[in-house]
Write a protein that binds this ligand. Structure first.
Ligand SMILES: NC(=O)c1ccc[n+]([C@@H]2O[C@H](COP(=O)([O-])OP(=O)(O)OC[C@H]3O[C@@H](n4cnc5c(N)ncnc54)[C@H](OP(=O)(O)O)[C@@H]3O)[C@@H](O)[C@H]2O)c1
Length: 240
């Protein structure tokens, strides 16, 4: 029986590439999304990957959504916490709502998704938790106090939980993408994009596949000795 992987925000952008790469690697994949039904339906039609709608910011919705995925596909072996949002503003203009939304999705979301799955993974003595953090959680970013705080928090969560999961066969790792050529990044004016690329030593934006391949590796049995790690994939833009 193939292992089951659940990818949050798995119907668009980096998450879609992760879902497809895991399917290609032989996993049975469930892709969660928040609200874009049209994109999710198109994704399912093109890939055959089932999509499930709930917000990772809502603990009860996560528990119910996970229960549905497990009823349909079996116990989840691999969780990829990829769903994330930005609500950028310089701090003097940042609203409480912008702060709460980003912390709610990008940080609370990984608790809400991991917590309901943790006991089952411990009992089965196998699990892979892969948290998609960000270069901006490592180095900070102007107008992203909320996002940088949440993404740095994801790394702390990863390191703490890795210690708890180790004896139970559960690895917990983080990936920090640099600038990836998703719709969001491609929507910025070309001149700004060129300025960004000038700061990336390899001289290009990342591709979604660059991150998806990291996930497939960390999910594999070959990566069983790697836990609590932060894997940067940023073209050399920031070296920790
Ligand atoms: N793009 C980059 O350059 C970059 C760089 C570093 C890190 N990252 C991180 O990589 C991850 C993916 O980024 P992306 O650029 O691929 O994002 P994206 O294209 O905006 O896609 C985000 C995905 O997350 C889902 N989502 C958003 N809020 C959600 C919620 N509350 N509950 C469930 N799903 C939710 C969206 O669902 P809908 O389709 O329903 O909206 C969508 O499927 C994020 O964590 C981001 O912070 C991205």
């Amino acid at each position: 029986m193939s292992r089951v992987a659940l990818v949050t925000g798995g119907s668009r952008g980096i998450g879609a590439a992760i879902s497809m790469a895991l399917k290609e690697a032989g996993y049975t994949v469930a892709a969660n999304y928040a609200g874009n039904d049209e994109a999710a339906a198109k994704f399912t039609a093109e890939t055959g990957i089932k999509t499930y709608k709930w917000s990772v910011a809502d603990y009860d919705a996560c528990a119910a959504g996970i229960a549905q995925v497990e009823a349909d596909l079996g116990p989840v072996d691999v969780l990829v916490n990829n769903a994330g949002i930005t609500r950028d503003a310089p701090f003097h203009k940042m609203t409480r709502e912008q702060w709460d939304q980003v912390i709610g999705t990008n940080l609370n979301g990984i608790f809400n998704m991991t917590h309901p799955l943790w006991t089952g993974m411990r009992e089965r003595k196998f699990g892979r938790i892969i948290n998609i953090s960000s270069i901006n959680g490592q180095k900070g970013q102007f107008a992203q106090a909320n996002y940088s705080a949440a993404k740095a928090g994801d790394i702390g969560f990863t390191k703490a939980l890795a210690q708890e999961g180790a004896r139970a066969g559960i690895t917990v790792n983080a990936i920090c993408p640099g600038y990836i050529a998703t719709e969001m990044v491609m929507a910025v004016p070309e001149k700004v994009r060129e300025q960004i690329i000038a700061t990336i030593p390899v001289g290009r934006l990342g591709e979604t596949g660059d991150i998806a391949r990291c996930v497939v590796f960390l999910a594999s049995d070959d990566a069983g000795f790697i836990t609590g790690a932060t894997l940067t994939a940023n073209g050399g833009q920031y070296m920790t």
